[in-house]
Design a binder for this molecule. Structure first.
Ligand code: NAI
Ligand code: MG
Length: 357
């Protein structure tokens, strides 16, 4: 029997409107080719343009509207004219927090055929899986401003680390490490953050007791960032708090050779709520509407979606197709040194999914 998945599309702003339809075409092709499932997609107009019309980034009952979907496919939100903290706190963060998408999953992999920015490191060296805490920590949104604008103004932004929140992300990371190279690196800063990160380390050590087969090491986050450049082959699965993970994964994204490639999943592992999959890049206003956006990050996000939905065969097919188009190097967008457009690259990936079957 074929399963049908309901996918909520939020293309958002700018190139989001080009790459989400591209990604959906590839996923539909994978569904056809495997014959294992079908997708029904419903599109939501929530975006900065929606905000300029309504004063809201999304409907008030948006989370209720989204709750029954199996997954959310997000382009990007943010556009000149709307402050970035409005678009972020009006859409992205409420979905991540409201749906307990406490895992932010970011594969950092340099695909064969591409030259990364590091002189001596190639695809064999750069292959990591970052697991970032996605609902609390430094981005808990706790704080305030006292006497705004006055000379004695005070601003506070308090990081929140709960035992429940820390334990579940660390445990998830150990599980993924067990499936891969059985090596886990934890990003810490327990020298300076003498409460939150000392606590983080203690939780890592406690959970490690349940995973004697996984080798775990803690690195101070600053040293870890240097290690990602000098010794990336020494890293496999990495777990980090919200802020540390945010910064390290941008560094990781840069190692992938173009912002047109990195993908991320915002995951509720218990599947109580839908998970959300997105390219890491933003709305790229400078190239929006010109058929210039690289759709590969969104396609890769689709691979993460297929995995989470429980369609590993389709996920494998799409990833292989993406890797094939990159390796052949004939149909690439400008950010990867080619001259093809969004549509041509999408056509090539769709064709490769069919050919690989
Ligand atoms: P950006 O990621 O949109 O663009 C940075 C540079 O990378 C630009 O030169 C752009 O042309 C290029 N680029 C991005 N995606 C590309 C693709 N698929 N193919 C080829 N080139 C690509 O970051 P920027 O300019 O800092 O932000 C633009 C807007 O996007 C802002 O409003 C920002 O807040 C928002 N944003 C939203 C995110 C989200 O919704 N998750 C994430 C990052 C930024
Ligand atoms: Mg970021």
């Amino acid at each position: 029997m074929t399963t049908t998945y309901r996918i909520a599309l939020i293309p958002g702003d700018g190139v989001g409107r080009e790459v989400i339809p591209a990604g959906l075409r590839v996923l539909n092709r994978a569904a056809e080719v495997t014959g294992a499932f079908t997708l029904t997609a419903h599109e939501f107009p929530w975006s900065c343009e929606f905000y300029q019309r309504t004063g809201l980034m999304m409907d008030r009952d948006a989370l209720q509207q989204l709750a029954d979907f199996d997954a959310i496919y997000l382009g990007a939100v943010g556009y000149p004219g709307v402050p970035d903290h409005v678009s972020l706190w009006g859409l992205l963060l409420p979905i991540r927090q409201g749906f307990e998408q406490y895992v932010n999953l970011r594969p950092i992999k340099l695909l064969p055929g591409l030259r990364g920015p590091l002189r001596d490191k190639g695809p064999a060296d750069i292959d990591m899986l970052f697991i970032r805490e996605n609902t609390e920590g430094e981005y808990a949104g706790h704080g305030g401003r006292l006497h705004p604008g006055a000379p004695d103004e005070v601003a506070t932004q308090t990081a929140i680390f709960t035992r429940h929140g820390t334990e579940r992300i660390v445990r998830y990371a150990f599980e993924r490490a067990r499936e891969r190279g059985k090596r886990l690196a934890s990003a810490t800063k327990s020298n300076s953050f003498n409460y939150s990160m000392v606590f983080w380390d203690a939780v890592v050590n406690a959970v490690a007791g349940d995973y004697p087969d996984v080798e775990v090491r803690s690195y101070l986050v600053d040293a870890l960032s240097a290690r990602m450049i000098l010794n990336p082959e020494s890293l496999d699965v990495v777990v980090a708090s919200n802020l540390f993970g945010d910064i390290l994964t941008d560094l990781g994204g840069a190692l992938q050779g173009s912002l047109g490639l990195p993908a991320s999943g915002n995951i509720n592992p218990e599947k109580r709520y839908p998970s959300m999959f997105e390219p890491v890049h933003g709305s790229a206003p400078d190239i929006a509407g010109q058929n210039r956006a690289n759709p590969m990050a969104t396609v890769w996000a689709g691979v993460l979606m297929l995995d989470q939905l429980g369609q590993p065969e389709a996920a494998r097919l799409v990833m292989a197709a993406l890797e094939q188009v990159v390796r052949e190097g004939n149909t690439l967008t400008k950010d990867l040194g080619g001259s093809a457009g969004t549509r041509e690259v999408t056509d090539a990936i769709v064709a490769a999914v069919g050919a690989a079957a």
